[in-house]
Design a protein around this ligand. Structure first.
Ligand code: DC
Length: 228
């Protein structure tokens, strides 16, 4: 079976990461969460006073700092953790605060250029599943298998709300829905690499699917492509 690149793109909280992780584990591929990289850059910007009280980003300062930002992934007993300059920031990058600042940061052209380069290097050896917004369109336009995941904003907000509650975050469903809709809007209307389905991507609406059904669906497609 040949080693391929699997690109999974879609809206926020569409279950991309869960399905990408499940698939990677099942077929022995590396999993790369490109959203975690944008989140790590956002955390760096927040910690270095580059995000104003009104949410505006000090773009020149962040662009100048990009060469000092090293992002990597480490496998731990609890799964894959994101490292920012050697520090495990897996918990910190998943907060609502980071979620509310990440879209403007990921709309910065220079930030995208730096992260896309890192992502292409990570995928150079193939045998990877990468999820994000522009993996099939910009990062790996020649990926052998591209999936575009969608689900209604309400379904996605409900899932994210449950996740946050389980983590003990105090938040309302309405706040989560507002964040999901706000990110959808920025992600799909930004000038640089807006979220859109690659013409050769296979669409999946997983609103009515269980995690097991998703995995089965993915495995079938993967086997077809990798054996071709
Ligand atoms: O998948 P996520 O919600 O963790 O991603 C966080 C943010 O990063 C999301 O609002 C959009 C951005 N992102 C992006 O612009 N391009 C990617 N390839 C991945 C994420």
């Amino acid at each position: 079976m040949k080693k391929i690149i699997i690109a999974i793109d879609g809206y926020s909280s569409s279950g991309k990461s869960t399905m990408a992780k499940d698939l990677a584990r099942e077929i022995g591929y590396h999993y790369i969460d490109s959203g975690a990289m944008y989140r790590a850059v956002t955390l760096y910007a927040m910690r270095h006073g580059m995000i104003g009280a009104d949410g505006s980003v000090d773009i020149p300062a962040l662009v100048a700092a990009m060469p000092q930002i090293a992002i990597s992934f480490e496998k731990t007993m609890a799964g894959q953790h994101t490292m920012l300059n050697g520090e495990d920031v897996e918990q910190q990058i998943r907060t609502m605060e980071v979620s509310s600042h990440v879209s403007p940061v990921s709309a910065i052209k220079e930030v995208r250029a730096a992260l896309v380069k890192m992502q292409q290097e990570l995928g150079a050896g193939k045998g990877i599943v990468m999820d994000g917004r522009d993996i099939g369109t910009v990062v790996f336009p020649n990926a052998e298998l591209k999936i575009f995941v969608d689900a209604s904003a309400e379904t996605r907000a409900q899932r994210r709300y449950k996740e946050l509650l389980e983590k003990g975050t105090s938040v309302t469903y309405e706040q989560v829905l507002e964040n999901v809709k706000g990110r959808d809007f920025i992600d799909s209307t930004r000038k640089v690499s807006p979220l859109r389905r690659a013409t050769d991507a296979i669409a999946l609406d997983n609103s009515q699917m269980t995690r097991e059904q998703q995995l089965e669906w993915l495995l079938n497609i993967y086997q077809r492509v990798a054996n071709a």
